[in-house]
Design a protein around this ligand. Sequence first.
Ligand SMILES: [Fe+2]
Length: 381
Amino acid sequence: MLIDSEDISLRRRDVVCGGGAALCSAIVAALLGGAKPARAQPISGSVPEVDRVAVRVVIDSYQIAVAPSTKTGNVEIQRFGWGIGGGKPPRKTLISEFGLSMHAETERGNDRRQVLVDFGFTSEALNNNVELLGIDPAAIDALVLSHGHYDHFGGLVGFLKQNNGKLKVKLPFYVGGEDCFCSREWTAPPVRGDFGALDRKALKDANVTVTYAEGPALVADHGFTSGQIRLTSFERLLSPSAMKIGVEQDFGCYPEQLPEEDRAKGVVPDQFRHEIATTFNLKGRGLVVLTSCSHRGVVNAVKQAQTASGVRKVHAVMGGFHLAPYKEDYVRETIASLKEIDPDYVIPMHCTGEPFWEIARAEMPTKLLRAYTGTRFVFDA
Ligand SMILES: [Fe+2]
């Protein structure tokens, strides 16, 4: 749900134009014109409880088609297999790549909601997998981008084009802040270079509503975003990318929408202030936290979700934990902190790295579940 009239008019009045007439008109055009950004509905009171959460891994790095489906505790782990059907030989298989996309389906009484969180690296993978996995784009109630890295938004524009006219009108597209849109350069090893930016015109053309959720906010009535993730644990942020401030031909971020200290700078190290985690509160079980990439730390992301909701119990933490670039001691410290939080399930993906898997298998064997591209985790109340 969105707040538009009053909040947006405040937003319009708050626009301070600097940097010349051309830039000023660009900002006003973006804010008052077709883009029509909105602010997310903040959480007031308690977060909604859902009866069921099913999270499908739409894209991750790999899959094993012959892995069996299984059930552990209250969690059904459904493997996808081959995609055979329709009386014909298969022509397609799931595409895995170093990018992340997850599809969450929730039930609350008779209400159902669907949210697509992140969009992988390429639209070839996203469109292919969405079709094979039987996800109906027309049924999606909200899109959420966890942060402005290409491996999470790269597939979005092609997905929007592929589904032009099929998606819900003014479909909310949640971001954690304007810095999500900044053009980025990858600055970490092994190769430095252009790391892209999201095409704002494509969002406008697709008639999605860019919805700013800097603070905790409801998503599609059933879930919520954490809001910007505070650094409250031992975790240290690595900055593998730099953000270029400014907009060129529909790509980039408007300086006036950024914190004052960044506006005048041409390029700043990425602090991932805009990073958000998407979370559901499963009745009687606790939070199911989708961390996406955890640049600000998986423990910080979980704590932020707990603070945003007031719910302490964590049922599952799933997504990228961004531990691959860190040394083993740091990985061990993270696992010790996760053990203190004591989630029922931990499902590492994407940028987590193999050392985490190996150490966690020894430290929390009953909590650790393996996700592949196509795996669907069904959490029942
Ligand atoms: Fe990532």
